[in-house]
Design a protein around this ligand. Structure first.
Ligand code: PLP
Length: 322
């Protein structure tokens, strides 16, 4: 089957972003391997530039802008990692960036985006539509609007995470991937299909926002209300057209994790592996832990997708863990 993008695009994206993106480490833990009675490989995108894999998709996309697009600039709407990724990639490529953000976005994210030189346009998340504002800005000033996941160049960039993992550790039996709009999952599934065709790829989303699971079962994109969950990077009401077309054919299943399981997993990763992983970044490992009995004897990949969380929030989530 032919997908857009395909593995060739991921391979080209990798050459394009290599000079700028970190090849993140793959960690193992004897404790985890004993607990699972399996071999578990963690691909640590919490150590990627700006703290999440989204830098890969942003860099791959912006570096393919025409000279005209580069001169006019890019616009993105997001309160999270996509905004920071676009701002940093734009800065490295000397492209002016405008980010549309709610004025009550976490201070760290506003400061992060400003620090990378992004121009912020604030809006009210309860009364205004960020997409409409971004489209207006794009039209008025000739900016190129880059969505957070449903774009072939974004997907190709995100696919380099799993590509690096398979190239480093070889073929795997299962791979667990956090799921929001599906850029990371669709890219991972394309890389798995090419580099480890027998690998079962699982997407994992918040239990309160299981639109991906519903879509997967139904065979068409299902839209839900904006989910309430601590996994803010996966607060998406629906998958994308490009991402779903790939996910429905190449993914084994879509699983969920509760907020409580995410806090528990965040705690485990801090205590046992000394890593700060944001709640969304814990989704894959949370699901793997829940089904570890079925995974005995396997070679398992887990993508830890990001580590951006306010320290006060991190402390209170871990401090209040039951
Ligand atoms: C955006 C994000 C996700 C979800 O990625 P999608 O491509 O939207 O599925 C997962 N984890 C982190 C840390 C993110 O920032």
């Amino acid at each position: 089957m032919k997908f857009v993008p395909d593995y060739h695009d991921i391979s080209e994206a990798h050459s394009r972003i290599k000079p700028h993106a970190h090849k993140t480490p793959v960690f193992t833990s004897t404790t985890v391997n004993q607990l699972f009675n399996a071999e578990v490989y963690f691909k640590c995108e919490n150590f990627q530039r700006m703290g999440a894999f989204k830098f890969r998709g942003a860099m791959n996309t912006l570096s393919q802008f025409s000279d005209e697009q580069k001169k006019a600039g890019v616009v993105a709407f997001s309160s999270g990692n996509h905004a920071q990724a676009i701002a940093l990639a734009a800065k490295l490529l000397n492209i002016p960036a405008t980010i549309v953000m709610p004025h009550d976005a976490p201070k760290a994210k506003i400061e992060g985006t400003k620090g990378y030189g992004g121009k912020i346009v604030f809006y009210d998340r309860y009364t205004e539509d960020n997409k409409a504002i971004s489209r207006d800005l794009a039209e008025k000033h000739g900016l190129t609007l880059i969505p957070p996941y449903d774009h072939p160049h974004i997907i190709a960039g995100q696919g380099t995470v799993a590509k690096e993992l398979f190239e480093e550790v070889g073929e795997l039996d299962s791979l667990f991937v956090p799921l929001g709009g599906g850029g990371l999952l669709s890219g991972s599934a394309l890389s798995a299909a090419h580099l480890s065709p027998k690998c079962q790829v699982f997407g994992v989303e918040p239990a309160n926002g299981n639109d991906g699971q519903l879509s997967f079962r139904k065979g068409e994109i299902v839209t839900i209300d904006m989910p309430k969950t601590i996994a803010d990077g996966a607060q998406t009401p629906h998958l994308g057209e490009y991402t779903f077309a790939i996910i429905r054919h190449l993914v084994k299943d879509i699983l969920t994790a509760t907020d409580e399981e995410l806090v528990d997993t965040m705690y485990f990763l801090a205590e046992r592996m000394k890593m700060v992983v944001e709640p969304t970044g814990c989704l894959g490992f949370a699901a793997a832990r829940a089904m570890r009995v079925q995974l005995q004897g396997q070679r398992i990949g887990v993508i830890l997708s990001g580590g951006n969380i306010d320290m006060s929030r991190y402390a209170s989530l871990l401090g209040n863990k039951k």
